[in-house]
Design a protein. Structure first.
Lengths: 205, 205
């Protein structure tokens, strides 16, 4: 539809879909915080008018809901994968731990936004409730693995779950995909390190 | 100096010291973000006039510097404690891990602020540099313990340090002192759980 070169003009021709508009909105939400983001900020970042944005979505809360849904769908999807549903609780828990780290890195901006949500709107409160639900399902797996005798029982399951997610979620603070610079860690190495550290620990003895 | 009942009046009589003013300022910085906090917000939260605040400090950046210094002094203090300086690297690392978690909980608002600093002002850039310095000193201990053969060598030391601090720092997201409600974890249990999880892992087998 757009001729070569025409994309450098401002305002940009609106070739967005709700999904591609999302990627722009999520970056702005992360940069400015959801509360601190106005439709004007979104319009400027996308290079299209506010009315063009309203053509795609009802407003910024719908963009937040779409972004958070993408993160939650990916996370809850893990729990329906065969290796998360069948087998010994310990193996399922290790699998879910690894996949949660992988999904965080694969869907980095969306999961980052989910982790930063604090609950001032209905959408944010819904996001927090769904996130707690995910954590609780993993905590249940952890309890089952402890009941099987496969996990130490001298650490409270709720506390262990919090620390496990604390470690996984902290990856969002520093991980950047395709980071070519020195000291860059590949996603699979990071997920593997999380599983080793959380389940076997750092110590050799 | 103030008579009973007089403290309910607005504006409040200025009985602050730089230190007690800090406790108020830190709460506001955490609530609104440092960038989003004005002297007007601080004045309202403290219940004293802006000129009274200027009587104690030069401005909000000095309050940030004082708050961050308190967190950093406590953290760097750990590295000078006898058990952090003497003995096998593994034991020193476990000690520093436990004490870092303890200091985070004991100085919760100050360390929370340090962890949220992003680097838009000189003070913030200094804070980030000092925080990295602390992380690097712990990473050195971790490398030494791995060289001693006491830590697994199949996880990169820098990555292991990041995950270790990720787990410790995540405590700031949910830990609240004196939390009487169900499921509250005592600080010493939390620090103990961090050490167990990080060094021995969750698995029994």
């Amino acid at each position: 539809m757009s001729e070569p070169g025409s994309r450098t003009a401002t305002p940009k021709r609106d070739t967005y879909t709700p999904e591609s508009l999302l990627a722009v909105a999520v970056e702005v939400f992360i940069e400015r915080g959801y509360d601190g983001t106005s439709m004007e900020h979104l319009s400027r970042a996308a290079g299209i008018s506010k009315s063009s944005i309203y053509h795609h979505v009802r407003g910024k809360e719908e963009l937040l809901r779409l972004a958070i849904s993408r993160a939650l769908d990916a996370l809850f999807g893990i729990l329906r994968e065969p290796d998360a549903e069948h087998g010994r609780a310990l193996d399922r828990l290790e699998y879910v731990t690894r996949r949660t780290a992988e999904v965080l890195m694969a869907e980095l901006p969306y999961v980052t936004l989910l982790l930063r949500v604090r609950g001032n709107t209905d959408t944010e409160r819904w996001a927090m409730a769904r996130r707690r639900e995910f954590d609780q399902q993993v905590a249940e797996l952890l309890k089952q693995a402890a009941a099987d005798g496969d996990l130490r029982n001298d650490v409270d399951a709720r506390l262990a779950t919090r620390l496990l997610f604390g470690m996984i979620n902290s990856i969002a603070e520093w991980y950047r995909p395709h980071g070519g610079r020195a000291g860059h860690h590949e996603g699979e190495d990071v997920a593997e390190a999380v599983v080793k550290l959380a389940f076997a620990g750092l110590r050799t003895t």
